[in-house]
Design a binder for this molecule. Structure first.
Ligand code: NAG
Ligand code: NAG
Ligand code: NAG
Ligand code: NAG
Ligand code: NAG
Length: 394
């Protein structure tokens, strides 16, 4: 029996080296996964699970203020179902090599115009890295220990991009804390990079409120005094607007109920004929000039029902705040979260990113959009959790 198990693992390892061409493919097959096909990491007060498809976060468990264990992110029960997700980006997965739209499906680097394979607007633009984007790839696992996992991916000119990009993503948990470190090394040719991971949260784990919505969550964005203007189709115009105190976009002067912010948009939503009224805006993060970017939270989200508070720290300069819309496609709750579909405004994502569409706005002087062999692309995000009535180390 033991021999059978081992030879199956060796066979899987050989097969993955053959099909994925990554030096880490052999290792991947040997790391332990749970019976849902997921890779679990844990520390005091927190436990996460991932699928190696899209390196997607599948579960995030925490104990609420009543001592009940809840799972506060959207995801699928069975990791084997992720490859069949047709959404782009794949639910809670990585978005890359270039997240967002790249208009013209082309860009310029070192005076050369590069054309890539478009997958949006009849192929005239590239969306979220293209049809073979990083959220749709099987990642390899370089290391997997109790509290840390490192995913690696070698992008071999997929989607028409020149050059091989080696990407490395490490998730680490420490007591009540989850940290993501992104790193990309361009090999052979420089190119644009915009890496993100969009995670949808419901801090009640869909448990306490019959409506399953996050309208009672409180949100504060202390660094978000400005936002990026968009046109009717959601494309950034290049203009930057101010979020005046007391106005619709004021999340900096104090915390606000998500439900109140959604209500304030209602008139505008009806006017534009949208079925779902949700929050969807990209805010500029004005970090302290000389401060450490880990000093100040970019976002603070909390729920009185579960007593859970989540703080997000990041070195990115923008934050896309988006509440779940069924217009993005329908997703069911996980078995332990309940039954039925995730409703509109059932979850919220706080997606750290660079200034939107910067590659097409050269007037934003000195924004770095192209990375070459001289510059490793790195960024981080740290989510810190606290639960009312619970203390670290108890
Ligand atoms: C929740 O509490 C139980 C009981 O103390 C513990 O076994 C479990 O590991 C906790 N869950 C998390 C995610 O910390
Ligand atoms: C996309 O292509 C189809 C068929 O070729 C055409 O009917 C449609 O107008 C095109 N749309 C745009 C936005 O170019
Ligand atoms: C990590 O997991 C191993 C195997 O399950 C266990 O023996 C070890 O004590 C764990 N280490 C820590 C620091 O929790
Ligand atoms: C759930 O949330 C809605 C919207 O905020 C609120 O009206 C309702 O009273 C809540 N229900 C429960 C059971 O807490
Ligand atoms: C990066 O990707 C996000 C989507 O994940 C997008 O909204 C943003 O505009 C992109 N940034 C740049 C600089 O293109």
């Amino acid at each position: 029996m033991k021999f059978m198990k081992l030879s199956a693992a060796v066979f899987a390892a050989v097969k993955s080296v053959w099909t994925r061409g990554s030096p880490f493919a052999a290792l991947t097959a040997l790391w332990p996964m749970n019976d849902e096909g997921k890779y679990v990491i844990q520390a005091e007060g927190i436990r996460l699970a991932f699928s190696n498809h899209g390196a997607a976060l599948t579960n995030l468990w925490i104990n609420d203020t009543h001592g009940q264990e809840i799972d506060i992110v959207l995801g699928l029960d069975d990791a084997r179902h992720y490859p069949f997700q047709t959404s782009n980006p794949v639910l809670n997965g990585v978005i890359g090599r270039y997240a967002g739209y790249m208009s013209g499906a082309s860009y310029e680097a070192d005076g050369i115009e590069y054309q890539v394979t478009g997958n949006a607007h009849n192929g005239t633009s590239l969306f979220n890295g293209g049809d073979e984007g990083w959220g749709r790839q099987t990642w390899d696992i370089a290391t997997h220990i109790n509290n840390s996992i490192t995913f690696v991916l070698f992008d071999r000119k997929w989607n028409g991009f020149p050059g091989i990009f080696a990407s490395c993503l490490t998730h680490t948990v420490t007591p009540y804390q989850w940290r993501i470190a992104f790193g990309v090394t361009p090999l052979l040719k420089p190119g644009p990079i915009n890496l993100s991971q969009q995670v949808f949260f419901n801090l009640d784990g869909f448990k306490s409120n019959a409506s399953h919505q996050i309208l009672d969550h409180k949100l504060r964005l202390p660094l978000a005094g400005l936002r990026f203007d968009i046109d009717e189709s959601g494309i950034p115009t290049g203009d930057i607007k101010s979020n005046k105190k007391g106005g619709e976009h004021d999340f900096w002067s104090g915390s606000r109920l998500v439900g109140d912010a959604v209500d304030e948009k209602a008139v505008e939503c009806v006017k534009s004929g949208k079925r779902d009224c949700v929050l969807d805006a990209t805010y500029m993060l004005s970090h302290k000039e000389l401060g450490d970017k880990e000093d100040q939270a970019a976002a603070i989200l909390s729920s009185a029902q579960s007593g859970v508070t989540m703080e997000l720290y990041t070195d990115h300069d923008a934050l896309h705040v988006h509440t779940w819309s069924q217009e993005n496609g329908e997703v069911g709750l996980k078995k332990k979260q309940g039954s039925g579909k995730v409703p509109t405004n059932g979850a919220i994502s706080l997606e750290m990113q660079d200034w939107p569409d910067a590659v097409n706005h050269p007037e934003w002087r000195n924004r770095k959009t192209i990375w070459g062999m001289d510059g490793l692309y790195t960024s981080f995000a740290t989510y810190k959790f606290s639960v009312e009535g619970q203390q670290k180390g108890q």
